[in-house]
Ligand binder design. Structure first.
Ligand SMILES: [Zn+2]
Length: 196
């Protein structure tokens, strides 16, 4: 699968970092004392890094309680207009998260999307689309259960041919206050339109 980012994709990612839509993760701010439910993509080439990162964050605050609901496509499956098969998977993920939160009494849910993701590119979703889908997935979960505390994360694998084919993997937090800022979102829409 393709891992080299196009110029426009790089630009979008840099823009989201620059505007704070993609932010560093501050473990002490996550408030995960009772454990978390994670909803990432199953992608075996990325899962180790995605899980390894959050497991490390949890260890830093002495929590060892991660409940995983992983499916091909991850959290964004629950938040968008997708073909019926993927919508079904999204509904399945949704139900599993709602049930897990009840059975395990965990109210912190971490949704993930990652780039490049075969499910996203297979549906012609851009990096910005993926982020917006994830935000909608969050809104949908909160509508069903307002007690859930849902946070969104974006994992990026920047593959660099020039540097001997090295992978640079990072997980970013998507802060709510930035994603609710109209000026920032206007800039994002503008960038999205250029790419289409
Ligand atoms: Zn994926």
């Amino acid at each position: 699968m393709r891992t080299i980012l196009t110029e426009h994709e790089r630009r979008c990612i840099e823009h989201m970092k620059h505007t704070g839509l993609f932010a560093e993760i501050l473990p002490e701010k996550l408030d995960i004392a009772h454990g978390i439910i994670i909803a990432p993509c199953s992608d075996g080439d990325q899962f180790d890094d995605v899980y390894g990162h959050i497991a490390k964050v949890c260890r830093e605050v002495q929590i060892n309680r991660i409940h995983a609901v992983a499916l091909n496509g991850g959290g964004m499956l629950m938040g968008g207009q997708l073909p019926p098969e993927q919508q079904r998977h999204g509904d399945c993920m949704f139900e599993n998260i709602i049930n897990a939160s009840r059975i395990k009494t965990i109210r912190d849910v971490f949704l993930y999307t990652h780039f490049p993701c075969a499910i996203a590119s297979g549906n012609s979703l851009s990096v910005i689309d993926q982020a917006l889908y994830l935000k909608r997935a969050k809104a949908r979960l909160r509508e069903t259960n307002p007690d859930l505390r849902v946070k969104c994360f974006f994992h990026i694998d920047k593959y660099d041919e020039q540097e001997g084919g090295s992978h640079k993997r990072r997980t970013y937090f998507m802060p709510r206050e930035k994603w609710e800022n109209r000026d920032i979102l206007r800039g994002l829409r503008f960038l999205k339109n250029i790419g289409e």
